[in-house]
Design a protein around this ligand. Structure first.
Ligand SMILES: C[S@@+](CC[C@H](N)C(=O)[O-])C[C@H]1O[C@@H](n2cnc3c(N)ncnc32)[C@H](O)[C@@H]1O
Length: 258
């Protein structure tokens, strides 16, 4: 692909800012988050995509595809192409979704020089921490979406729905096991970021356990900013609310651009 050297450079320039979960701890991802947990929301995303894309909807590009958990469900309906910044996460996804195309790339800059029926960015959009970055990810989605197609953006929160929260979970693997505590808070509500601290408890095959702290800096924008940036990047946007109360941005690429 023409994109390879460019995206590798982008990855290395950002590498030190990436959470441990997507670098040295990437192989633990399936023990933090399992594909089964994504079945219900993947069904919802499939339905929204089909309702909003001018037929046919065959090809789907996912930007920031991570460990490929959503894809493990969506791939039974669509031909999927996956892009992620992290080689470790791509490796996890390739093991789960060997039949899908995978590319290393940054959602702000990657150019595959192909059009897809639809483009999907799930929770990876949370790593866009400035309006400029969010707009660049939208521009990438627009450039890869055919006229009449649709792009779906599924942030965990918009500014209006954010509240501090804690969560926990984890799974037992065949040899290793993981449990985690997740704690989201916003030290400065006047800026476009918030903080998610994770404590991972990692149990190795010999029974030894260790703790890792991982701080994720994530982006948060109000609805008006989302809608304005989507329009600026060529889309006709609307919002649907999912069963978790999340704002899902459905962005149509018109058949004819004016
Ligand atoms: C929570 S994981 C995504 C999990 C995914 N929704 C799934 O179904 O498995 C977030 C992903 O965003 C990726 N990411 C963060 N910044 C990115 C960027 N600028 N471009 C592409 N991927 C990015 C990370 O490497 C990570 O794999």
């Amino acid at each position: 692909m023409t994109c390879t050297s460019e995206v590798s450079n982008n990855f290395h320039s950002r590498k030190n800012g990436m959470p441990k979960l997507y670098e040295q701890l990437a192989s633990w991802w399936p023990l933090l988050s399992s594909p089964e947990e994504y079945a219900e929301e993947a069904e919802f995303f499939k339905k929204v995509l089909l309702e909003n894309c001018a037929p046919p909807l065959r090809t789907l590009l996912e930007l920031g595809s991570g460990g490929g958990n959503n894809t493990s469900h969506l791939k039974t309906h669509f031909q999927m192409t996956l892009v992620d910044l992290s080689p470790g996460m791509l490796q996890v996804s390739r093991a789960l979704n060997p039949e899908c195309e995978h590319f290393e790339g940054d959602m702000r800059t990657v150019r595959l020089d192909r059009l897809f029926d639809a483009v999907f960015i799930h929770d990876a959009i949370m790593y866009m921490t400035t309006e400029d970055d969010l707009g660049r990810a939208m521009a990438t989605a627009f450039l890869h979406c055919r006229p009449g197609g649709v792009a779906l953006f599924a942030p965990d929160h918009v500014r209006e729905t954010f509240s501090p929260e804690t969560d926990h979970g984890g799974h037992d693997g065949e040899r290793r096991a993981m449990r985690y505590l997740e704690w989201a808070h916003d030290p400065d509500p006047s800026d476009t970021t918030y903080v998610v601290d994770y404590a991972y408890l990692l149990r190795e095959p010999d029974g030894a356990a260790r703790v890792e702290h991982d701080r994720h800096i994530e982006g948060i924008f109000n609805r008006e900013v989302w809608l304005r940036l989507l329009r600026q990047n060529g889309f006709e946007p609307k919002i649907v609310v999912d069963s978790y109360g999340r704002d899902i941005f459905v962005a149509l690429r018109a058949h004819t651009q004016v």
